[in-house]
Structures are given as structure tokens and as C-alpha cells.
Design a binder for this molecule. Structure first.
Ligand code: PSV
Ligand code: MN
Length: 424
């Protein structure tokens, strides 16, 4: 299903006067609005192919209907999001959940929706039918060489799919670890994992990046073999220049200072990418910015400052992706909200008075530092985000237009109320 551009234009015309009024206030009160709007237009956040259906917990799943049941339909959904917000112009595939059958056809479809292929993701956290060896006791870390070899071969296979599609990064997230003390020799697990990652790294095309994603716990409950940024950093450093740490916001222990982690990884040139989501308790996979919007702003504040210090392009210097699970909301509405929250935090970070902050920091003026950051955080930048969309031909208010056009109803009519999406 594609949205008629005329419908977007009509919606914008209807809402233009109100938008203009708010924008005028922003233009008067925020400095360098044009610079911010230009950066917002360029910024794109990839949508994972596994986030378009209803997620669930181990207790149950409550599907909302009209879910995409194959890769083509998932791409259609992302195309739909992208036409509404012009900020979701990339798809990240999880293999084997979404194996393209006809590369050319899939590439054509991507072109039609104006989508790029973001990082490809391997899956050695679930056993697949007909798999020779089980990952019950880990994959790349496994004490059994044959299991490690199978997991390495899978990752190399994933790279091949990515190359065929024009992707340029591999994300490795491992569920490897142990659930009970004594189960694992930590050092051996690390060394096995490193050796396996090195074999995968050797198969990486020279223009590719490898992202090593960490997670504090789950599905293992005692130790994870890539548990935190320090461990990911050790692997990435030992692997080489093409390997980086990937930060998923939900993968930290409570109260971790994620903005500091981001700042230091950037400083070391080892921050590769992001998985956005939000959480109250652990890896809750909630809508980005729904629980801790100030934290999201502080993270972007470090990203903007750190990337500028290194002369990096904001839009393609790092990999940006949403990694959330939509258990009770319509997944498409949820994704629109996440992208909006990310854009707002990015715009706020761009509006921070950096020169004044630097002086206040040098003068140890703690009060002033807080004033400067909170001035940016508490300033309403939504008109700038909407203006960026307007200029790009997208909708002033994507969620509202999605609802006005009754898109979910149309998707249910098209795909049925019981269609099921692959993924977690
Ligand atoms: C693991 O929790 C994770 O964050 C990894 O990125 C996986 O690929 C994804 O979620 C699976 O949903
Ligand atoms: Mn993730």
C-alpha cells in the first residue's frame, strides 16, 4: 500500500497555517534554525525488518491484524513510514527471519520505496529447523568447535546476503553466556568468541563495518559473553579497524550513564551504531523517548558534540536504527513515535549553545551548565522537525495522517486480521 502524494499535500495544506504560526515562534527564539532543519532533513533512521509485527512476551502476544507476512510486505510498511516522515529511509534485515529470495526484485522494490539496506543481522540465538548443531550452550563461544564453525559459517552467509543487497555492515549480537556460576570458563568463552569473530571479520568486505552489540543479561541470567561496552570494546579493538561497538539503549544495567559511554567510545573512534528504544526496567524495548526523554537528549548532546569534534557526518557517520518491540501499540504508529522522539532529541542537541557550555564548563559554573542544557531540552523544537518533513514532501504530523487515512484498516483488509510477521 502506498500513500498518494496528493493526500499528504492536502493534509499539509489543511494544517499549514497553524504550523506556520508555531514555526515563526521557533525561528524567533532558536538560533541557526536553517542549519538545524537542513541536518534534520538529511538524518535517517533505519527500521528493522522484525519490528513491523506485534511483539510479545513469553506470556503472550496480542496481534493487531494486517501484519506484513513476508519481506516484500515489510518493505511496503517501511516505505509507508518513509513517505509519512521522510526519515525512515533504510531497512535492516535479520537473517534467517528475512532471507531475500530474488535479490534484484528486492533491490528494485527498495528503490521504489527509496530505501537503503542498513546493517544485516545474524541470528545464532535460536536454533533453525534442519540445523546440525544446537546453540543451547552458546554459538561463537561454544566449547564444541563444530558449533562455533556452524555459527561462523552462518555469519559469513549473512554477509553474502548483505553484499548482494548493497548493505555495508554486519551486526553481531550474541545470546552467548551462562545461566549458572561455574557453567562457563569466562576466559575460554572470551577466547573462543574472539577466534570465531576473527574468522567472520576475515570475510568482511573492505568497505564493510562489523558492529559488536553488547547486552548485560538475557537470555542468559548469570553471565553474558559480550555483556557491556568494555567487553565489546575489547573484541572490537582486537578485531581491527573495521570493528566497532554497537550501543542498544536497552542493554545496560539500571542507571548506567549511557551518554558517557557514547562520548568515550566516540573519542576512541570505536562507536559504530545505535539501537534506539526506551525502558523502565531492563530491555523493555519501548518506544524511544517514551520513558526517559531527557536521557535521549543527553545522549544526542554527546553524539553531536563528539561527532562534530571528529568532523563526522551526523547522518552517515554512525549506524542509526530502532530496535523495539510493539506489544500493545500499532507497530507503525509506535515506529512513527520513535522516529519523532529521536528527531526531537537530535534537534534539541543541535540547538545547545556549545560555546557558552564550554565556557561554563571551564569556569566550573555547574548551575550555568545545567541551565544551558535544560534551556535546549525544554525548548519546543517540534515545529523545526515538522518543517523538515514539510520541505521533504512528508507529512506535518505523520501519526495524525496515518490515522486520518485509516491505514491499519486498509492493511487488515489487504492482508487479513490474522497475518503474522516473522521475528521475536
Ligand atoms: C537483542 O536483545 C537485540 O537487541 C539484538 O539487536 C537482536 O538482533 C534484536 O534485539 C532481536 O530482536
Ligand atoms: Mn539491539
Amino acid at each position: 500500500m502506498q500513500i498518494d502524494k496528493i493526500k499528504i499535500a492536502d493534509f499539509n495544506t489543511k494544517n499549514l497555517a497553524k504550523h506556520q504560526q508555531k514555526l515563526n515562534f521557533s525561528l524567533d527564539t532558536i538560533s541557526n534554525c536553517e542549519g538545524i532543519i537542513a541536518k534534520l532533513i538529511a538524518f535517517q533512521i533505519a527500521i528493522p525488518s522484525w519490528a513491523l509485527g506485534t511483539g510479545g512476551t513469553r506470556f503472550g502476544r496480542f496481534a493487531g491484524g494486517g501484519e506484513p507476512s513476508n519481506l516484500e510486505e515489510k518493505m511496503a510498511d517501511i516505505g509507508l513510514l518513509h513517505s509519512l516522515n521522510d526519515a525512515s529511509g533504510a531497512i535492516s534485515l535479520h537473517i534467517p527471519w528475512d532471507i531475500p529470495e530474488d535479490y534484484d526484485a528486492i533491490k528494485k522494490l527498495a528503490q521504489q520505496y527509496n530505501l537503503k539496506f542498513d546493517a544485516v543481522n545474524s541470528n545464532t540465538f535460536q536454533d533453525q529447523p534442519n540445523q546440525a548443531h544446537s546453540y543451547k550452550f552458546g554459538s561463537l563461544q561454544n566449547v564444541n568447535k563444530a558449533v562455533r564453525q556452524q555459527a561462523v559459517a552462518h555469519n559469513i552467509e549473512v554477509i553474502k546476503h548483505g553484499v548482494a543487497l548493497g548493505s555495508d555492515a554486519l551486526t553481531v549480537w550474541l545470546a552467548d553466556g551462562s545461566s549458572f556460576p561455574g557453567q562457563l570458563n569466562f576466559r575460554q568463552a572470551f577466547e573462543n568468541t574472539l577466534e570465531s569473530l576473527q574468522e567472520i571479520y576475515a570475510a568482511l568486505p573492505s568497505n564493510w563495518k562489523m558492529f559488536v552489540e553488547y547486552k548485560a543479561f538475557e537470555p542468559n541470567f548469570y553471565s553474558n559473553t559480550v555483556a557491556d561496552w568494555g567487553q565489546s570494546y575489547m573484541y572490537a579493538s582486537k578485531l581491527g579497524k573495521q570493528a566497532f561497538t554497537l550501543v542498544d539503549l536497552g542493554h545496560h544495567l539500571p542507571n548506567a550513564n549511557i551518554e558517557q559511554i557514547v562520548s568515550l567510545l566516540l573519542m576512541e573512534g570505536k562507536l559504530g551504531g545505535f539501537h534506539f528504544n526506551d525502558s523502565k526496567y531492563a530491555d523493555d524495548d519501548l518506544t524511544a523517548g517514551s520513558i526517559k526523554p531527557y536521557q535521549l537528549f543527553l545522549i544526542f548532546n554527546e553524539l553531536v558534540e563528539g561527532m562534530d569534534a571528529k568532523g563526522m557526518n551526523h547522518h552517515d557517520g554512525l549506524g542509526w536504527m530502532i530496535d523495539a518491540s510493539h506489544n500493545i501499540k500499532d507497530p507503525l504508529e509506535d515506529l512513527l513515535q520513535s522516529v519523532e522522539a529521536i528527531m526531537i532529541s537530535y534537534a534539541q542537541a543541535l540547538s545547545v549553545d556549545r560555546a557558552a557550555l564550554k565556557i561554563a564548563q571551564q569556569e566550573n559554573d555547574v548551575v550555568k551548565c545545567q541551565e544551558i542544557l535544560q534551556e535546549a531540552f525544554r525548548t519546543d523544537v517540534r515545529p523545526l522537525v515538522a518543517e523538515a518533513r514539510l520541505r521533504a514532501g512528508a507529512a506535518l504530523n505523520p501519526v495524525q495522517l496515518y490515522r486520518d487515512l485509516d491505514i491499519r484498516k486498509a492493511l487488515i483488509q489487504q492482508r487479513g486480521a490474522k497475518s503474522i510477521s516473522t521475528g521475536l
